[in-house]
Design a protein around this ligand. Structure first.
Ligand code: ATP
Ligand code: MG
Length: 266
């Protein structure tokens, strides 16, 4: 499952050949049980990561609207100690953010040692929405692939493991979810008319995403494409990716001060 979702470094993801309603042979009830186990593992690993305080994990979530970025954060991080997690949602940049280079706000939001950082949208918006809407000319956004590779390499070498996840939904699933956001009063706050503008630009976004995957996927900071039409597949897949990444980081609980053995607290 992990191998199927990972985009080989430097290769195209071929989004149109992937199925957003893929189940990888899982049944919903089994997947839910497995997710429970993975969430327990995640919590143990996070505890070790925090105790060690040497490395950090950055999880980048990028997707079209209504693919379930918030749902992932809610479902997967239940059970994880909130003190060890930071979630940053990147919106359209403020005037102060626009007065700096586009990585300024990103660098400031990187998780500190021992922490898991989640980016709900990210610096990739600066080569996605910015490109599709033409906010900066091509000669500027094209150079950003290199900046991003170099920025991520620096962060990796300094102790941050980076995992990048694209939640892939179909046009039809997005239609259903956006309609539901309009029709259900309690969900209406999530709907933004601007989302329909981006929906109409779907093919342009897919083109931009393909370039992101082939230009910025590396061995150290790979991209995974997670089929997200079914929430339970999406949750299982993301949990697997995170447990796999943390397992490979192998955080160790420090031994504590020397000569503690035998001390009796009175
Ligand atoms: P949901 O998927 O649940 O709708 P969301 O991530 O879309 O959540 P919103 O507050 O609806 O959250 O939208 C954030 C908006 O900010 C998006 O339209 C995104 O394209 C935009 N945005 C983020 N980063 C940038 C950027 N660097 N430049 C321009 N727009 C950006
Ligand atoms: Mg939105």
């Amino acid at each position: 499952m992990l191998n199927k979702m990972m985009v080989a470094p430097g290769k195209q993801a071929n989004l149109s050949r992937r199925k957003p309603d893929e189940t990888f042979g899982w049944e919903k009830s089994d997947a839910k049980q497995e997710l429970g186990k993975l969430i327990t593992r995640l919590s143990e690993l996070q505890n070790r990561l925090a105790a060690e305080s040497k490395q950090s994990l950055l999880v980048v979530l990028q997707a079209m609207d209504a693919a379930g970025k918030d749902g992932v954060v809610r479902s997967i991080f239940t059970g994880v100690n909130p003190a060890g997690v930071s979630v940053t949602s990147f919106k359209a940049p403020s005037s102060e953010e626009l007065a700096h280079d586009y990585l300024w706000r990103v660098h400031a939001a990187m998780p500190h040692r021992g922490q898991i950082g989640i980016f709900n949208r990210s610096h990739y918006e600066d080569v996605l929405v910015v490109r599709v809407h033409g906010y900066v000319p091509e000669e500027r956004w094209r150079k950003r692939f290199r900046h991003i590779r170099e920025f991520e390499r620096m962060a990796t070498e300094e102790g941050t493991k980076i995992v990048k996840i694209h939640l892939q939904i179909s046009l039809e699933a997005q239609r259903r979810r956006e309609q539901d956001r309009i029709d259900t009063i309690e969900k209406r706050w999530k709907f933004n008319k601007q989302d329909l503008v981006d929906r109409a630009l779907w093919p342009k976004f897919m083109e931009a995403y393909e370039d992101v995957f082939s230009e910025t996927g590396t061995r150290d900071a790979p991209w995974y494409i997670v089929p997200s039409d079914r929430n339970w597949v999406r949750n299982l897949a993301v949990a697997q990716i995170l447990v796999h990444a943390l397992d490979a980081m192998d955080p160790r609980i420090p031994p504590g001060q020397p000569d503690i053995e035998g001390i009796v607290v009175v």
